[in-house]
Design a protein around this ligand. Structure first.
Ligand code: NAD
Length: 287
């Protein structure tokens, strides 16, 4: 029976380190690292994310500045606003709250955030550093997945890692981070499923990371005995939240498995705060 890989305990350990670092950086700069959050309009889920980020920041001695712009703000005005924050030395990190209104192209607009303040790790230059194995700021959920894997104590060198899902925020960065550890990485996606090969790949995985958004996509019987299973998926099933992996079958075969909820989720916002601290250190030439 698998051991549960719970995010909270790991998050608490990271938080203790961040609290100390925030204090040190505050002494150095005269102010705590500050995250500016930009939201357009009044979207409910964007407000919920922002509230949770604000709570997390204040618990760690980090500052949070909510910036709310009108829903109809043009791309050009938004870009100007971001550039103003880029120049503002009291701001150490910038995050755009999603979802953005339809007239805003997220990929285009997020590239206006200067690379050293890009706490989401989505700037093309941060993605490039990831490819070069020199990542300083990694996308939060991908960072959370790597923390969970590290907590198992596994040496990834030469292990078969299978990543299901190839999104920019999870699948692709996780694959690169696993490659950096010399795992042999296979990246599966809708094409793998359509070709009828998903089960074959999953069966080989010593480490399996799933980020798709389809409940029960990964069958319990596909899991290799002793595998580490990281389920990133978040799906609503009636009044329950479930992942992408059939948990009951998988936990009988895996050595470690993340619960959903309670696995990756609790770590994601902490990784955002970690990125803010790293970004601040980058700006002061400390790393
Ligand atoms: P996405 O929605 O951008 O992409 C989905 C991926 O799944 C694509 O690579 C697609 O090819 C693949 N896919 C779709 N159907 C498939 C199938 N039948 N077989 C194999 N692959 C298939 O992905 P995302 O934004 O990374 O989100 C994935 C899931 O992770 C969602 O449930 C999302 O809610 C969750 N998520 C959780 C967190 C967290 O903090 N826990 C963070 C981000 C995303």
């Amino acid at each position: 029976m698998a051991r549960l890989l719970e995010g909270k305990a790991i998050a608490d350990k990271i938080k203790r380190g961040l609290l100390q670092e925030a204090g040190r950086l505050k002494k150095k700069a005269g102010h705590a690292p500050l995250l500016a959050s930009i939201g357009l309009g009044d979207n409910e889920s964007a407000k919920i994310y922002a509230a949770s980020q604000k709570k997390s920041a204040s618990g760690l001695g980090l500052d949070y500045r909510p910036c709310r712009l009108k829903v109809g703000t043009s791309e050009r005005r938004l870009a100007e606003f971001i550039q103003k924050l880029n120049r503002d030395k009291s701001v150490n990190g910038i995050i755009l709250q999603l979802p953005l209104p339809k007239h805003i192209d997220y990929r285009k607009i997020s590239s206006y955030i200067t690379v050293d303040k890009d706490v989401e790790g989505m700037h093309p230059a941060n993605m490039g550093r990831l490819v070069f194995g020199q990542a300083k700021i990694v996308p939060c959920t991908a960072g959370a997945v790597m923390e969970l894997i590290a907590a198992t104590g596994i040496d990834l060198y030469g292990k078969n890692a299978v990543v299901v899902g190839h999104s920019e925020i999870v699948g692709k960065p996780v694959s690169l981070l696993l490659l950096d550890k010399f795992a042999t990485v296979s990246v599966c996606h809708i094409g793998t499923s359509k070709a009828g090969k998903l089960a074959d790949y999953v069966r080989r995985a010593d480490v399996l990371v799933v980020a798709v958004g389809k409940p029960g996509l990964i069958k319990g019987e596909w899991i290799k005995k002793g595998a580490i299973v990281i389920d990133v998926g978040i799906n609503r099933a009636g009044n329950k939240i479930v992942g992408d992996v059939e948990f009951n079958g998988a936990e009988k075969r895996a050595s470690w498995i993340t619960p959903v909820p309670g696995g990756v989720g609790p770590l994601t916002v902490v990784m955002l705060m970690k990125n803010l601290v790293e970004a601040t250190k980058l700006q002061y030439g400390l790393i």
